[in-house]
Design a protein around this ligand. Structure first.
Ligand SMILES: Nc1ncnc2c1ncn2[C@@H]1O[C@H](COP(=O)(O)OP(=O)(O)OP(=O)(O)O)[C@@H](O)[C@H]1O
Length: 622
């Protein structure tokens, strides 16, 4: 991790107008200083205690004659090198309108040598990509303009306005580039949703083509914004996303470089503007005010909350300020007399920025797809090594012969009462897994057999089967008793003459045949029930443990084998249950028949009594 403060540089814009008194002093070791001298005006006769000298320290101060190349070499190149090494980087220009921010970041349109940091950095990175064959790089670029707190994707020809949430992913969530790093050769593509910017050519022409294309693109992009000439009152953030990887390695380095041209920092009061420009100026002031708030909060110790979310610009630059980034600020100042206050104000802002500490990390991550490929390869190599050591060629599945051999080995192992016996399957995980599944199957079968045996013994020890069988037989006896009792209920009040008359009446009665039939069926059902009762007893005995032992020895059954004992119990139980079920069904049928018989007999009796009383009246029998 690299812990460092934001690096600050100053650049003085060349001017032909009368300049204020200022001195630039660059020492090799202690950095540079910029001093403005404002002589006291004593002409009006009273004492003026105003400060005369304003001195600010920077890492280096670039005076008016500094060429673009020197700016790139001193400021941007080290940052680009860090980005190539996997660190995030940001370079932002801050200063009043016309002080040279755009000239420094983007460049001047007149001469090729006026190219600014953006095209030079792209050219440098591109050159590096083609020269460094030890790495595979992919880049993506995006260009965001923030105007009146609305973001515009400058690489999208529609230039539609977006809120922070609606912007392409990388614009507001800078930790990750929008797409996974593809395994294509280095090339340059635009932001998410934007078509690739460049055709792929080989050779030197690509660099100059790239720069010329980008120069055109950048100027066009700015000209085509909805605000058109208002672009100087907006913030522009050009971002290069870089993804680097050693060929064949699964480790990716992802980094990003923001090159930021902030809006002019002049104060509204001084510029004396109104209307639309005033609105813009307020937004600029507000967003720069929020930037200042963030910077102040970051420079204060023990501040837990940093108000990044107050403006779109600070949200986007969140990482660059007080985060995982190596950040550099270029304070652009004008040496003109009329701008001296603004220049001092810019330098003061830079001094506060210089207090902010960032902690930059190399952004390393693993490419899952490549990792899988690598691991698969490793597995294959290990398999081959193993095959060489064991002399066996292994497939994923075990062969039928191998399975059979393992089953035999497991059986011998289990059947051997010797506790010291071991099971040697060799260093083959497939065989070991198969052996484990066989053992599991055995344990489960044994468990099942034990459960059934426990159920059977519970049934036999609690006498449930006996109780059920004797209950069924008891029910039958009760039914028989009931029938006799009912018969007796019909007969006893009759005198001998009446009984004789009743017999004759019954033989002549229309229901006689039905009555006889029902009686016959009932008798038959009683016989069936009796037989079934005996079967129930037999079935019950089969699940009884003594009987079980006798039968197993008779049929040569091996009840220690879970499979056989399970089968035996299942069959015995099923038989007992079905016989008992049939007996119960028979009982219901008998009850029904008895009911019918009863009703027929009562009807017979009633009919007889009616007939008897009629006959008695007719014959005048008392
Ligand atoms: N170092 C320089 N050398 C030559 N010309 C320069 C330099 N700096 C600025 N200029 C010229 O000054 C003019 C204003 O500069 P520039 O547009 O870069 O200012 P700015 O700070 O970006 O302003 P704004 O805030 O309006 O965007 C441009 O014409 C630019 O070419």
């Amino acid at each position: 991790m690299v812990r460092q403060t934001i690096q600050i540089f100053a650049r003085v814009k060349p001017t032909k107008k009368p300049t204020a008194v200022y001195t630039v002093d660059n020492e090799e070791h202690s950095g540079g200083s910029l001093e403005f001298v404002i002589p006291r005006d004593l002409a009006d006769g009273f004492i003026n205690n105003k400060r005369e000298s304003y001195r600010f320290r920077f890492l280096k101060v670039f005076d008016q004659a500094t060429k673009q190349e020197e700016i790139f070499e001193t400021i941007a190149k080290p940052v680009a090198d860090n980005v190539l090494a996997g660190y995030n980087g940001t370079i932002f220009a801050y200063g009043q309108t016309g002080s040279g921010k755009t000239f420094t970041i983007t460049g001047g349109a007149e001469r090729y040598s006026d190219r600014g940091i953006i095209p030079r950095t792209l050219s440098y990175l591109y050159q590096h990509f083609t020269q460094d064959s030890s790495m595979v790089y992919t880049t993506q670029i995006s260009y965001l303009e923030i105007y009146n707190e609305v973001g515009y994707d400058l690489l999208d020809p529609r230039h539609e306005a977006s809120n922070l949430e609606d912007l392409p992913h990388e614009h507001h969530h800078m930790e990750q580039p929008p797409h996974p790093c593809p395994t294509r050769p280095p090339h340059c593509t635009a932001a998410a949703g934007v078509s690739p910017l460049l055709p792929q050519h080989e050779g030197e022409s690509r660099f100059s083509g790239l720069c010329a294309f980008l120069g055109l693109l950048l100027s066009q992009a700015l000209l085509e914004t909805p605000m058109n000439q208002a672009s100087t009152r907006s913030h522009c953030i050009f971002t290069i996303h870089l993804c680097g990887r050693e060929p064949g390695s699964a480790t990716l380095h992802r980094s990003k470089l923001h090159l930021v041209d902030l809006a002019g920092s002049e104060r509204v009061g001084k510029s004396g503007v109104g209307g639309q420009i005033l609105t813009e100026a307020k937004y600029i002031n507000l967003s720069l005010h929020y930037l200042e708030q963030v910077i102040t909060a970051l420079s204060e110790k023990n501040r837990s909350h940093i108000p990044y979310r107050n403006s779109m610009m600070t949200s986007v630059l969140r990482d660059s300020l007080g985060g995982n980034c190596m950040t550099t600020m270029i304070a652009t100042v004008s040496s003109e007399k009329t701008n001296i206050d603004e220049s001092i104000s810019t330098c003061r802002f830079a001094q506060r920025v210089a207090l902010i500490k960032n902690e930059a990390l190399v952004n390393e991550e693993l490419d899952p797809a490549l990792l899988i490929v690598r691991l698969k390869k490793e597995i294959q190599c290990l398999k081959e090594e193993l095959a060489m050591v064991t002399g066996e060629q292994r497939t994923d599945e075990l062969s039928q012969e191998e399975i059979q051999r393992i089953e035999e080995q497991v059986k011998l192992f289990l059947d051997d009462p010797d506790p010291d016996r071991t099971l040697d399957l060799g260093p083959d995980m497939r065989k070991i897994h198969h052996c484990f599944s066989l053992l599991k199957e055995r344990v489960q079968q044994k468990q099942q057999a034990q459960n059934i045996a426990a159920e059977a013994s519970a049934l036999s020890s609690s006498g449930l089967a006996d109780r059920q069988a004797s209950e069924a037989q008891g029910d039958l006896l009760k039914l028989k008793d009931l029938l006799t009792q009912r018969d007796n209920e019909i007969r006893p009040e009759l005198s001998i003459e009446q009984q004789e008359a009743f017999e004759i009446f019954r033989n002549d009665h229309g229901d006689r045949l039905t009555l006889e039939d029902n009686k016959a069926i009932l008798k038959q059902r009683f016989a069936e029930a009796k037989a079934l009762g005996e079967q129930v007893n037999q079935a019950r005995n089969r699940v009884n443990s003594d009987e079980m032992e006798r039968l197993t020895s008779e049929h040569n059954l091996d009840l220690s084998c879970p499979k056989e004992s399970h089968m035996w119990f299942s069959v015995a139980f099923d038989r007992y249950k079905s016989t008992f079920g049939r007996l119960k069904g028979l009982k219901t049928e008998i009850e029904h028949l008895q009911h019918l018989l009863q009703r027929s007999k009562i009807k017979l009796k009633r009919d007889f009594q009616d007939w008897w009383s009629q006959e008695a009246t007719r014959l005048q029998v008392p």
